[in-house]
Design a protein around this ligand. Sequence first.
Ligand code: ADP
Ligand code: ASP
Ligand code: MG
Length: 439
Amino acid sequence: MKVLKFGGTSVGSPENMRAVMKLIANGERKIVVLSAMSGTTNALVEINSYLRKKNKDTARIFIGRLEGNYKEVVNELFASDENKQKGLRIIQESFDTIKSFISGKFSLVAENTILAQGELISTQLFTLLMQENGLNAKLLPALEFMRIDEDKTADSGYIKKNIFPVFENVGDADYLITQGYICRNDKGAIDNLQRGGSDYTATLIGAAIDAEEVQIWTDIDGFHNNDPRYVENTIKIDRLSFNEAAELAYFGAKILHPQTILPARVQNIPVRLKNTLNPTDSGTLITSKSTGTGIKAVAAKDGITAVKVRSGRMLMAYGFLKSVFSVFEKYKTPIDMISTSEVAVSLTIDNTEKLNKIKDNLDKFGTVEVDYDMSIVCMVGDIIGEERGFASKVFDALDGIPIRMISYGGSRHNISVLVPSSLKKRTLQALSEGLLETE
Ligand code: ADP
Ligand code: ASP
Ligand code: MG
């Protein structure tokens, strides 16, 4: 069985939902993962921010506006009055839930419950649309099997164990429609897989059922060799290996949630990226196979903080790095890049929640400097296999850009540089001009 995921734009209007319905209705049994309609999660994030600030009147206005939009969607989506009424009941239930938090106590659970409504609405409306059109579609409630543990990591054992009973409940339906992004946490409360998490839902389900293929349908023809939001004339890549795609996703290629590839790689399940607006295009195929040499693509991850610890004691002191890393381990803060010299170590993090505590602990080892607003620009491909003179090509392309850190050789797939975020766009453009194929 295949798992097909459709993103926010793909289900962003009644017209697009109908196009998705036609695209998937070929009689083959499949699981369909849907995001919220585009703009919804952003709107819910905004509503949460007003509720958190106790700005109830503004929250009420935004909730009312979003509800009004959904009433129009329902009216346009369904043909029969009966289904229009059913559609209105679906949205009313969600908006009643959201409104209950205006006067009630606002907590993290409230926030996550509100964020979940986008996917809960889109999947229910879409299932009803399919049923109205005579298709055998049923809802597969993600909250009954998707789960993260106390470290916010997907609990693949739990998912695998719990998805099958949910399958049995839907009987012989051809189209099993489920919510991307949402899950429960270790306490059983509603939570989510972080922004863009529907891609991750798709591969987690794919791995749990050992799917034949996972398809991520979006608004672009596949994985491009540079970020099309910042660089012109990027080109689509036909094939990527799991390792290459995982690095690019982790280092900021928005087309895939950072963790998407991991479950697929473990189970060796092909991932195909496809364009809902141009379904006949072959897209990008991601498998274990690696093709070609040299840099295939670049991506950038923002919101990076660089921490430098300078210590006279590092000189010949073999315990220094261990002591520094153990501070990050203690505060469960992952490190992305590292570079060392005889007297200092620089590293980067993207989660600054515990930075003050980390800094206090590191102060014991030497002088600590912190640089904010940095970006990691990551170049991915079969790099070590490349001919001599490769590093100089990279430096030539980046001529004139102040590089704060560089990481080369950690894996054969990745070279990363750290630059101030204000220079990210220029860096990406310079790499397209100097190193990548362009249109
Ligand atoms: P969806 O809502 O379908 O999940 P996203 O907006 O999350 O879609 O991801 C698709 C977008 O990712 C594209 O429209 C494009 O602007 C952006 N993007 C960033 N980097 C890349 C890349 N390397 N290749 C293709 N798209 C990219
Ligand atoms: N709706 C969620 C978001 O906008 C998840 C997703 O689209 O993948 O982040
Ligand atoms: Mg996305």
